[in-house]
Design a protein around this ligand. Structure first.
Ligand code: NAP
Ligand code: MG
Length: 509
């Protein structure tokens, strides 16, 4: 790292304490620090069905790219309805002949093995995830991959202890489950779905998102390495139509979907009356509520993490900041300073804080919503950082003077854009926080324990963080209220979604 060329005092002149703050941003000319591990990519990926990689029956493939530089990474097989059917037939066969007959302890062993193999290849997976999805390597390395392994470890432990997880009742697996996941946490969402499904004794057909199929296909290599019986997990790549075929397949006894509220509603309508069990994890527009007694510097870090983690491609992102009016100005100044210090650029650089937007389509969507914010009268602040000339990037963005009717306060932007609103009283904070169609997560920042407890019951959100944000653990359930969906993932509750309750255990006389 070279010395800064210039140090600017950055606090506004009218503030009485004129202590200069050290601002990094573009003042520091960082030398590149690229992650060099080999992601071991193939130029061509087939579907993973019945324990083997097989081409799509139609022979059709699609390109998957690196959103950081728009270069092609690989050709991927596009699964049609016929391929999806093959995958379900294989899963059903595996369930009937092998998986349902295996002692629970043996299922657990496979899950432990998958967790350890993922740890063994952690760096390789982290690079692949950042290359294909655009997220900074420090996040895929320190969050996505270790957390994915943690979900396999956690569920491995439950596999032979279901009677203790659900005492007094007899449970059984659904059989074959269909799972459809999005592009924002490709490997982690796979782990959230596959690990509990297998622990509970189900077989799986999973479809990754069109833009991020690579780590799922690399995970299929791990399934082979672990010697998992063929057909227990099948991975079918493709676009929305492939997802629709997974959801609609008659052998899918349960469907688990994570993605947009729009597609979630469509699936709910489709499955109505089918008898299939359904869980939906959809969008969010979380309120991050900051009171005037909060530790402000800590809160600012939480706000920044809440909205800029993974470029804001996070369903539980703290995308609406509700700040108490009397501290709005000082929080605004601190936020703008912090925004300028975020390093935006090459996802594979270890210095990068904000990587690439996942796709051109998502970048267009973010641009469109930011335009609407300007048109509707909100005040824009963007980091002046330099953006790479190739690839999909968006400046960390802050909107003030946002009102509740603005689209940027109501719609999920799914990008690095924070909307700031203010409030005066606790009641007003709760009312504004709950004034949304969503209810996935929320954050509360205050020194008062009693206020945290009050808000944790009054905020209508599945997860509420206090004096922190975006903290996850495999033992902690996650899921939404209202249009954020239903069902839980993670914890004992997440495991329960993959089991049927067959009745009480009746003591024998
Ligand atoms: P999406 O269309 O809902 O995609 C989620 C998954 O469903 C993908 O695998 C997708 O395939 C598949 N899919 C699409 N249409 C389907 C259908 N009719 N039946 C079954 N599966 C279908 O979401 P997106 O297009 O990736 O992103 C759109 C918006 O969704 C984002 O801007 C964001 O607001 C929200 N989102 C939320 C989450 C979350 O974690 N809650 C995650 C991602 C996105 P394709 O990849 O081919 O589309
Ligand atoms: Mg889509």
């Amino acid at each position: 790292m070279r010395a800064p060329t210039e140090l600017k005092p950055t606090l506004p002149a009218r503030r009485s304490r004129s202590v200069p703050e050290l601002i990094f941003g573009d003042l520091w000319d960082y030398d590149p620090s690229p992650e060099t591990a080999d992601p071991k990519l193939k130029s061509q990926y087939d579907l993973f069905i019945d324990g083997e990689f097989v081409p799509a029956r139609s022979g059709i493939t699609f390109e998957t790219i690196n959103p950081g530089n728009e270069r092609k990474l690989a050709d991927v097989a596009l699964a049609g309805a016929e391929d999806v059917d093959r995958a379900f037939q294989a899963a059903r066969r595996a369930y009937d002949t092998v998986w349902s007959k295996l002692p629970a302890k043996e299922r657990g062993k496979y899950l432990y093995r998958l967790a350890r193999l993922l740890q063994d290849r952690a760096r390789e997976f982290a690079v692949a995830e950042s290359l294909n999805g655009g997220k900074p390597i420090k996040e895929s390395r320190d969050f996505d991959v270790p957390m994915a392994a943690a979900h396999f470890f956690y569920n491995a432990g439950w596999a032979d202890k279901l009677a203790y997880a659900f005492p007094g009742v007899r449970t059984s697996p659904h059989g074959v489950v269909g799972q459809v996941i999005p592009w924002n946490f490709p490997l982690l969402m796979l782990a959230w779905k596959i690990a509990p499904a297998l622990a509970a004794g189900n077989c799986v057909v999973l479809k990754p998102a069109e833009t991020t199929p690579i780590t799922a296909l690399k995970f299929a290599e791990i399934l082979q390495e672990a010697g998992l019986p063929p057909g227990v997990v099948n991975i079918v790549t493709g676009a929305g139509e492939t997802g629709a075929a997974v959801v609609a397949h008659p052998l899918a006894a349960k469907v688990a979907f994570t993605g947009s509220t729009e597609v979630g509603k469509l699936i709910q309508r489709q499955l109505a009356g089918s008898g299939k069990k359904l869980t939906l994890e959809l969008g969010g527009k979380a309120a991050n509520v900051v009171f005037d007694d909060a530790p402000l510097d800590q809160a600012v870090e939480g706000i920044i993490n809440g909205i800029f983690f993974n470029q804001g491609h996070v369903c539980c992102a703290g995308s609406r900041l509700l700040v108490q009016e009397n501290i709005a100005e000082v929080v605004g100044t601190k936020l703008r300073n912090r925004l300028r210090s975020l390093r935006v650029g090459d996802p594979l650089d270890k210095n990068t804080d904000v990587g690439a937007i996942n796709s051109r389509a998502q970048l267009d969507k973010i641009n469109e919503l930011v335009e609407s914010g300007l048109k509707e009268g909100a005040e824009l602040y963007q980091s002046p950082c330099r953006l790479p000339s190739k690839g999909f990037y968006f400046r960390p963005t802050l909107f003030t003077r946002v009102t509740q009717s603005h689209r940027i306060a109501r719609e999920e932007i799914f990008g690095p854009v924070l909307s700031v609103l203010t409030f005066r009283t606790v009641e007003e904070a709760v009312e504004k926080a709950n004034n949304t169609a969503y209810g996935l997560s929320a954050g509360v920042w205050t020194d008062k324990g009693s206020r945290i407890l009050k808000l944790s019951t009054e905020l209508k959100a599945g997860v509420i963080w206090a004096n922190t944000f975006n903290k996850f653990d495999p033992s902690s359930p996650f899921g939404g209220y209202k249009e954020s969906g239903f069902g839980r993932e993670g914890g004992r509750q997440g495991l329960a979604e993959y089991l049927k309750i067959d009745g009480p255990i009746v003591a024998q006389p």
